[in-house]
Design a protein around this ligand. Structure first.
Ligand SMILES: [Zn+2]
Length: 224
């Protein structure tokens, strides 16, 4: 038994094992998570990130479509944070021309902690959540640095078929340590009092309720 790194439940059990590691499943928040004994050492993790092909085009599309959504509700200049991975400067410049400002935080290559002490109209996380060893801590951070009414767009591959896990290539990357189901994001949104606007395939969209009051009215869950 391992304590779940997302909901802290001890209702977990081994779900999958191969030569390299054991993956556990939480029965409360439905997270699948790698055993901590198989985490890559810091140097090996860093060199994998250095070698990673940063996918600027899909990251730019995620950010741009998120901004288009938020613009429709908020006519003011927006302040956004690209969290966990860096996008190219042309994306930032394109947003500047639309009147918005995008800052970037990356724990390995741009770890400016002062950026985590202010609040944002939107946050984008492109292929970041699967790398979280402590998803509870990271989620609480993201919730705290989002303005009321703000949006978070998350790109991570959702597990739709537990039976297919053994053949799921996404799990073979040892820097991927947390795997989410749709129900995991329902759990996260519900516990933060956020609205889960969308969760399908690899895109998850959540909104912090506007104003100080936190609503948990299920009818407020919009799926558009
Ligand atoms: Zn859990």
């Amino acid at each position: 038994m391992r304590r779940c790194p997302l909901c802290s439940s001890d209702k977990t059990g081994p779900f999958y094992q191969d030569r390299k590691r054991t993956i556990h499943r939480c029965k409360v928040c439905m997270l699948l998570f790698a055993d901590a004994s198989s985490y890559l050492p810091p140097d090996a993790e860093l060199s994998k990130y250095r070698a990673a092909n940063n996918k600027h085009k899909p990251m730019q599309q995620l950010i741009s479509s998120l901004v288009t959504q938020v613009e429709q509700l908020n006519p003011n200049p927006l302040l956004g944070l690209n969290f966990g991975r860096l996008v190219n400067s042309s994306t930032i410049e394109a947003l500047r021309q639309r009147g918005h400002h995008l800052l970037q935080y990356d724990p390995f290559f741009a770890a400016d902690h002062s950026l985590l002490k202010q609040q944002y109209d939107f946050i984008s996380c492109y292929k970041v959540f699967e790398h979280f060893r402590l998803p509870s801590k990271e989620w609480q951070l993201l919730c705290s640095i989002l303005k009321p009414g703000g949006w978070i767009a998350i790109n991570t591959q959702l597990i739709t078929e537990l039976n297919g896990f053994a053949k799921w290539h996404h799990k073979n990357n040892l820097t991927h340590v947390s795997f989410y189901q749709r129900a995991t994001f329902q759990y996260l949104a519900q516990h933060a009092g956020f609205r889960l606007l969308f969760a399908s395939n690899d895109l998850i969209l959540v909104q912090k309720p506007p104003g100080s009051g936190i609503t948990r009215d299920p009818s407020s869950l919009i799926s558009s």
